[in-house]
Design a protein around this ligand. Sequence first.
Ligand code: PHE
Ligand code: NA
Length: 451
Amino acid sequence: MTLKASSHGQWSSKMGFILAAVGSAVGLGNIWKFPYMVGDSGGAAFVLVYLLCVFLIGMPILVAEWMIGRRGQHNPINSVVKVAEQNNRAKVWGLIGVAGTLGAWLILSFYSVIGGWALSYIGFSGAGDFSGISPEGAGELFSNFLGSPGTLLGWHTAFMALVVVIVAMGVSNGLERAAKLLMPALVLLLLVLVVYGITTPGFADAMAFMFQPDLTKLTGQTVLAALGHAFFTLSLGMGIMLAYGSYLGEDVNLLKTARTVVILDTVIALLAGMAIFPVVFTNGLDASAGPGLIFVTLPLAFGQMGAGSILGVLFFILLVFAALTSAMSLLEPVVELLEERTPMNRIGATLVAGIATWLLGIASVLSLNLWSELHLLPGMTVFDSLDYLTSKFMLPLTGLGAIVFLGWAMNQDSVLKELQLSGGQATAWQLASRYIAPIGVVIVFISSLFS
Ligand code: PHE
Ligand code: NA
């Protein structure tokens, strides 16, 4: 009896943890961002580098963040400082946590704008706007939508309000439990879209575009984009996985869990690409259309399918849901920081963090229309600049900090013991965590300076 009870307890804590981690990882990054980056960066060569980055660099860093969090048992900043002290290292390592929290705030500001797009597309689909729509019509629907700052602001506000209410009420757990049901539903709808894609004439071209790499298409910039997206999609370099690690029991096997999360995240991104590109090639659309890609292609797919309006509504609801669980995880570190460093209570901290994020998001909204000529970084709108700064700069650097900390500042015997590794496996892990992952990040950075 005792045995049964305790193994049940373990199971539910493990399950809760995996759901939270998957909820954070799977989101707009997989379904909105991955396909348009593949399109922007020339297809299969990008996919290949992305996969290498996810498995060789992302996975070890995911393990590193969880382990530091589990040992630190605090918020990201204090956890790193505490583990640094345990290993007789300087407190500056705490900067990893500071940079992460700042990154989370910046990302959520534009993430919420895109979450707003997804919200409004539930309405478009429900109103039957997609049925029989032409490629031009879908393009127009989207560009009219982008051209109206008031509408975008409204949806950004609605999305951010949802996030704040969920985080403030502390019902995140419920939402994560709902993920058990909704995540498979999302995968199912993606499969429906892929099957629809198979019936269209552009399917073969789409598969070739995604899976037949032409390595001459690679530049330092596309490799950096692939690396940055590996971090973005796994929620790395932001202290989020660090924070989740602090709730982890000793019984959870970090390597196995990381493998589960990474594979799930990758499969969902690849399915999204396989759903989108057949529509692109069948309708002669531009694969490098940028952030609007899924918002132009999906209406076409749903518009031509039987029961397409209903499937469209369902799909965008599930997308919003996936975006919400990621957004919650992005708001959390900011809330925690305010709660611990100021006299604010949880509700006050959530409100203040939410409003600060919402305000910054307005700049991204305007950069899509009224401020489209305003450049923050050279040649980049506010929206593009925030995306660039976070994905291509802050996340990889912070992640690099975490893996260097684990590989070089922490006691290696205890790391190997915690991962239950010995012999050849231990050597492989050491190779990955001390050399391949950190050197990989550095090489990508250097090569991006030259092209
Ligand atoms: N990983 C999430 C996604 O793919 C986005 C995210 C990034 C969430 C960073 C948390 C932290 O959509
Ligand atoms: Na993701």
